[in-house]
Design a protein around this ligand. Structure first.
Ligand code: NI
Ligand code: MN
Length: 235
């Protein structure tokens, strides 16, 4: 069973079994300090194996550097330029797993694929990420910050996401209208909205997103998590 805990905004903690059956603790876009929606303190984030960063904006790179400093065994995963930048900041290039969009990277007994994102980033290209546990038969797609793009359909076809974590706030990313269309393209079993409500400019609401997905008659179940809540997912 994989566990997805929402840490507010686009931050998630994922616990998932690798191919040897060892649980890996992964943080995606750990934005804790300065995140009004964060349910945790930075010091609580221990035993971290991987920190995945989708792009270099402050609300995604967030506390990645201090978390990596506090977790000396943790590695950073992201696009080449961003992973190298983070490794430079922590002074340890051996802990950078920098890749690019393409086939998955093989990391710690998991498959981790970087996917396109229609956005911007100060370090390399912005991405989404798919984390795949073949052991669990679970695949989790975190779209990063992105507008909608037709290739989301391919991400759905190739990785068959069990869960899609999708931004819905608008202004910088998709709003509920585009995100509901994205669900139609990706066809995940579950969709969890993110990147809303943190700041006043993010107007999209999870209720509207859920309603729009349901109106389309899609089989996807929308799961709205409050910061701190956890969702358990079986393959
Ligand atoms: Ni961004
Ligand atoms: Mn953002």
């Amino acid at each position: 069973m994989a566990r997805i805990r929402y840490l507010g905004h686009s931050s998630f903690e994922i616990r998932i079994l690798n191919k040897e059956g060892v649980e890996k603790r992964i943080l995606i876009d750990p934005f804790i300090t300065g995140n009004p929606a964060s349910p945790v303190k930075l010091d609580e984030l221990t035993g971290v194996d991987l920190v995945v960063v989708t792009h270099g904006h402050g609300d995604h790179l967030g506390d990645a550097i201090s978390i990596l400093k506090k977790n000396p065994n943790a590695k950073v995963v992201g696009i080449f330029e961003l992973a190298n930048y983070v490794a430079e900041q922590i002074g340890d290039s051996s802990r950078a797993i920098g890749g690019n969009m393409g086939g998955p990277m093989l990391v710690d007994g998991l498959k981790i694929a970087l996917t396109p994102a229609m956005h911007s980033s100060p370090y390399g290209a912005p991405t989404g990420v798919v984390i795949i546990s073949e052991r669990e038969g679970v695949s989790i797609y975190h779209a990063g910050d992105t507008g909608i793009f037709a290739t989301m359909q391919l991400i759905g076809e190739i990785y068959k996401p069990t869960v899609a974590l999708l931004p819905i706030g608008g202004h910088f990313t998709m709003d509920p209208v585009e995100a509901a269309k994205a669900v139609e393209l990706i066809k995940p079993k579950y969709a969890i909205p993110m990147h809303y409500g943190t700041f006043p400019v993010l107007y999209g609401t999870p209720e509207e997103f859920k309603r729009l997905v349901e109106e389309k008659g899609l089989p996807t179940k929308v799961v709205i998590l409050k910061p701190g809540e956890e969702f358990e997912v079986k393959g």
